[in-house]
Design a protein around this ligand. Structure first.
Ligand code: TYM
Length: 326
């Protein structure tokens, strides 16, 4: 049984991109592996957050994990800030990380572009992410395509630590879906679908009402022509919608293409909207139940207790190897 770890930031509405790129795989992996799924609230504060909104959004994301199908009796579901060992290992690994490595991170470049004052937390963010993963010696990390570079740095840090202090960390592997690892914006398929995009029509939020979803899909950009064909290079807009279709319907891409042969984008979009609504509606219903039942706090407390046990043990090993008095 492998160990699986992943996290999602509570820095806004979760999108269909988060669901397809990450959350759907969390649900798939939980039955075969020992899983750690957390809401990475310490990462969220690397950009300014409103305290009340952060608290609310953190609970929303945790509830969405469970609503999407993660069984908290199978997988550990918790908040990153409830397991302080993450932050401590994060600091230890920061001291092994080179400025040049952090400067090369695409996410840092994107998030800091055009900003006058850039928080140091945003810069050292990947060392904390490496700590999240290495503290459990995770084998597999289900993420979307945009996290690949952070995973590579995590492996480099693990190797560097092992070389300096002796074999300690396993090298984790990314687990990235073949299609859907990068769901693009509905208004521009050259940009990633993102919860931080100020235009809400560019993304589908997991908690969007059915009619809002229908409207957003109706308005989504399409390419010229009318052929429903998966061709990301020449037809990026429609290929993006096909990626969403395949994940929400269970139909393969060739099946989708065959089904819409001779039909236009209109029919395709109408059906796509219904598949997305049917995927999200049960999750939304379960989400509302979880939020009103009060079960969440208990789940998060238990998750953090179990995660802390494993994390504390690894932290102790690391500190001993680095020369701290234990
Ligand atoms: P975050 O919160 O930006 O995104 C959470 C997960 O969703 C994936 N994702 C997407 N996948 C496909 N298409 C998209 N448009 C899309 N947008 C987001 C992301 O790749 C990610 O898997 N640094 C991480 C959080 C993190 C983490 C970790 C992840 C912190 N510690 C340890 C794994 C392991 C982040 O910012 O994800």
């Amino acid at each position: 049984m492998a160990r699986v770890l992943s996290g999602i930031q509570p820095s806004g509405q979760l999108t269909l991109g988060n669901y397809i790129g990450a959350l759907q795989n969390f649900v798939k992996l939980q039955h075969e592996h020992e899983c750690y799924f957390m809401v990475v609230d310490l990462h969220a504060i690397t950009v300014p957050q409103d305290p009340e909104l952060l608290r609310e959004q953190t609970k929303t994301v945790a509830a969405l994990f469970i609503a999407a199908g993660i069984d908290p009796n199978h997988a550990n579901v918790y908040l990153q800030s409830h397991v302080p060992a993450h932050a401590e290992l994060g600091w230890l690994l920061t001291t092994l990380t080179y400025m040049g490595e952090l400067e090369r991170m695409t996410q840092f470049k994107e998030k800091s572009a055009g900003k006058e004052s850039i928080g140091a937390g945003l810069f050292v963010y990947p060392a904390l992410m490496a700590a999240d993963i290495l503290i459990y010696n995770a084998d597999l990390v289900p993420v979307g395509d945009d996290q690949k570079q952070h995973l590579e740095l995590t492996r480099d840090l693990a190797e560097r630590f092992n070389a300096r202090f002796g074999e300690t960390f396993k090298l984790p592997e990314p687990y990235i879906p073949k299609v859907g690892a990068r769901i693009m914006s509905l208004d521009d398929a050259s940009k990633k679908m993102s919860k931080s995009n100020p235009n809400p029509n560019s993304y589908i939020a997991m908690l969007d009402e059915p009619d809002v979803i229908r409207k957003k899909i109706r308005r989504a950009q399409t390419d010229s022509g009318r052929e429903v064909k998966y061709d990301p290079e020449n037809k990026p807009e429609i290929s993006n919608l096909i990626s969403i279709y395949t994940h929400c319907s269970g139909m393969s891409i060739p099946e989708i293409e065959a089904h819409y042969e001779g039909k236009g984008y209109g029919d395709f979009k109408k059906d796509l909207a219904e598949h997305v609504v049917n995927t999200l509606a049960p999750i939304q219903e379960r989400y509302r139940e979880i939020r009103s039942s009060g079960e969440l706090e208990d789940v998060l407390r238990r998750g953090a207790e179990r995660a802390s046990e494993a994390a504390e043990e690894m932290l102790r090993t690391v500190k001993e190897k680095m020369g701290f008095v234990i």
